[in-house]
Design a protein around this ligand. Structure first.
Ligand SMILES: Cc1cc2nc3c(=O)[nH]c(=O)nc-3n(C[C@H](O)[C@H](O)[C@H](O)COP(=O)(O)OP(=O)(O)OC[C@H]3O[C@@H](n4cnc5c(N)ncnc54)[C@H](O)[C@@H]3O)c2cc1C
Length: 350
């Protein structure tokens, strides 16, 4: 279904979001990005007053939405600014947590957790990924929860719990039935952030500033003792990862040989213009590609300051510019090759 097939009232709602974005969000993007609490609070108040609030949830849950299709179209307006979801109170992970609570929460849970979330007076986090096991394969999660009387006692270490700093509560994925089939072993447990035994620490992540809702946190749940593979085997056995290692080895070796060749020619008195330009744009690309694959192979860890990769990644990008932009070196190479043909010769490397 296209936007044109949605009810006329939707067209008006979308136009209202577009107008709000133009009038209030774009002019304040810098302040939003800088987490200016006064501006955020003012814009959220205006969005709520305008009825542009929590569009991911239906009115009976306190939102202004009417289904995912309309919400998807609305996000074409909201998604034009990275911080607009916060303004309309539909930012991750609160949006997903709100949907879970709306669909599956008890009346008491809705009153205690969902209502303040939708009202915008509380934030939440979703705590699934763990540092010691593959987040891509949640069947391996180790965090355990055991019923003790009428309380769940949780033990385990999580990280990448986005927005946990300053949040009021979290939804935690924990193994509650260790003997069940892999996809039936886990439960989602609502945990107030101030519950005993919980410690929350932000972890710096590439390109994400760490304060409040923009944090990605380690969360330790300490009740009592506990005991990386992805999808049943080491990552080194995955063909994709093997291909990345082989491609990286070939490309690094190509850069080495190109560099040795250019160095040799320079020693022979050759300016080696083409050879040098080839190295500058090709090796810079290889540098970026190899580090990018390494980050990908390390998953979330590669984006944090717990590995050197995030710094390497940010620094590598400059290599495509600082010794002359790629485009200029490509121009040098192609001009010389084309000139050789224009002079009636063919191009060959000596
Ligand atoms: C910005 C950000 C916010 C996040 N927010 C949250 C959050 O709020 N709550 C939460 O619980 N988690 C969150 N996460 C964690 C995220 O869900 C995990 O990083 C993701 O699931 C990958 O898990 P991992 O980092 O453990 O990587 P791993 O599972 O260890 O995977 C590492 C790499 O191995 C390769 N790989 C894995 N499986 C296979 C396979 N089957 N075949 C081939 N290759 C494979 C891939 O290249 C992958 O990138 C967040 C992550 C980021 C980066």
């Amino acid at each position: 279904m296209t936007a044109a097939e949605l009810p006329q009232t939707f067209a008006e709602q979308r136009a209202a979001y577009r107008a709000f974005m133009g009038e209030h969000v774009y002019p304040n993007e810098r302040a939003l990005y800088d987490d200016d609490d006064a501006v955020i609070s003012e814009l959220r108040g205006k969005a709520k007053a305008a009825g542009l609030w929590a569009p991911h949830l239906p009115p009976e849950a306190g939102g202004s939405g009417h289904g995912f299709l309309e919400y998807a179209h609305l996000n074409e307006e909201i998604g034009r600014s990275s911080h607009a979801q916060l303004v309309f109170n539909c930012q991750a992970p609160d949006a997903g947590n709100g949907e879970i609570l709306h669909l599956f929460g008890t009346p008491e849970q809705k009153e205690r957790f969902l209502e303040p979330l939708v009202e915008g007076t509380a934030r939440s986090f979703f705590s699934m990924t763990e540092p010691e096991v593959s987040g891509a394969d949640p069947t391996g999660l180790r965090t355990r929860a055991v019923l003790d009387g009428d309380e769940w006692v949780i033990d385990g270490d999580k990280w990448f719990s986005s927005g946990a700093e300053g949040a009021a509560f979290g939804i935690v994925m924990a193994v509650t039935e260790p003997d069940a089939e892999p996809h039936r072993r886990m439960s989602q447990i609502l945990v107030p952030a101030d519950a005993a035994g919980i410690a929350i620490t932000p972890v710096p992540v590439l390109g994400h500033r760490g304060r409040g809702w923009t944090t990605h946190c380690e969360v330790f749940y300490r009740g009592y003792a506990l005991e990386r593979e992805a999808f049943g085997g080491p990552l080194a056995e995955k063909q994709t990862v093997q291909n990345w290692i082989a491609d990286s080895a070939a490309e690094i070796q190509a850069c080495r040989l190109m560099t040795l060749d250019a160095a040799h020619k320079i020693d022979q008195g050759d300016e080696a213009r083409v050879e040098i330009s080839l190295i500058k744009f090709y090796a810079a690309r290889v540098l970026n590609d190899v580090i990018d694959r390494a980050v990908q192979t390390h998953g979330g860890l590669g984006l944090t300051d717990r590995s050197p990769l995030s710094v390497m990644y940010t620094q590598a990008r400059s290599a495509r510019i600082y010794d002359g932009p790629d485009e200029v070196h490509r121009m040098v190479v192609s001009r010389r090759i084309l000139k050789a043909f224009a002079d009636g010769e063919s191009w060959r490397f000596s």
